[in-house]
Design a protein around this ligand. Structure first.
Ligand code: 13P
Length: 252
């Protein structure tokens, strides 16, 4: 089967202002030549998606969202934004089930699954986040926790993307070792096989958690890693472009 196309995604979380969108043209100027074989995605805060899509219109950059409503149809849901609206505003992808939403908003696997289904129904690619806490890793429960998250959060659809983001590796400096990352990516694919059989081979699995210019190339060298989901280091074009140029598929 065809090789999986790398995807390097920036999650801006609740950072930035409209002026931050100036980073997009700088980013594209730095990676345009090298990134022909890589999908490069920026997920700004929701109010900026439309402006971001406009700013990226003559570039190869993709724009995505950080969350969506689980409701597929228009509904009386004050404050929520549907996947169809995000698509209409120019998004192509949407992150669902990020650990910050799981922890701060009590989102469980069933809700994350509904959001991923709503994204697919609207024509968006869901990036479904999974990952264990420090305590779960210390207790030897990585395979159990991540396995349940994948089986219960991920629709049986080969268009999905999974992001493995160990909760303890987000926002700090610690990361799993390269063999540990490879091990979890393999077990995620194994769990996808339960619902997708051979099509599981086509699903892209990203690593996220303290990826930066210094460790990106090493992370990309891990077996089964199809790209990265980057937080802090995606906010500045200089850092994010260095990460992208560290991918083996980047032509230098
Ligand atoms: P950092 O790259 O800032 O650790 O954040 C990772 C993350 O949560 C991306 O979704």
């Amino acid at each position: 089967m065809a090789a999986r196309r790398p995807l390097i995604a920036g999650n801006w979380k609740m950072f930035g202002r409209r002026a931050s969108l100036g980073e997009l043209s700088q980013l594209w100027a730095a990676v345009a030549d090298a990134a022909a074989g890589i999908d490069v995605l920026i997920c700004p805060p929701a109010p900026y998606i439309q402006n971001a899509a406009w700013a990226a219109r003559e570039t190869g950059l993709l724009i995505g969202a950080q969350d969506c409503s689980p409701a597929a149809d228009d509904a009386a849901r004050t404050g929520e934004v549907s996947a169809a609206m995000l698509k209409d505003a120019g998004a192509r992808y949407v992150i669902v089930g990020h650990s910050e939403r799981r922890a701060l908003h009590g989102e469980g696997n069933a809700l994350v699954r509904q959001k991923a289904d709503a994204a697919l129904a609207a024509g968006l690619t869901p990036i479904i986040c999974v990952g264990e806490t420090q305590a779960e890793r210390a207790a030897g429960r990585v395979a159990e926790i991540v396995g349940v998250q994948v089986r219960e959060s991920a629709p049986a659809d080969p268009r999905i993307v999974i992001a493995y983001e160990p909760v303890w590796a987000i926002g700090g400096t610690a990361t799993p070792t390269i063999p540990e990352i490879a091990e979890v990516h393999a077990l995620i694919r194994e769990n996808l096989r339960a619902s997708l059989s051979g099509e599981a081979n086509g699903v892209r699995i990203l690593y996220g958690g303290s990826v930066g210019p210094k460790n990106a190339a090493e992370v990309f060298s891990a077996e089964g890693v199809d790209g990265a989901l980057v937080g802090r280091a995606s906010l500045k074009a200089a850092d994010f472009s260095a990460i992208i140029l560290g991918h083996p598929a980047a032509r230098t």
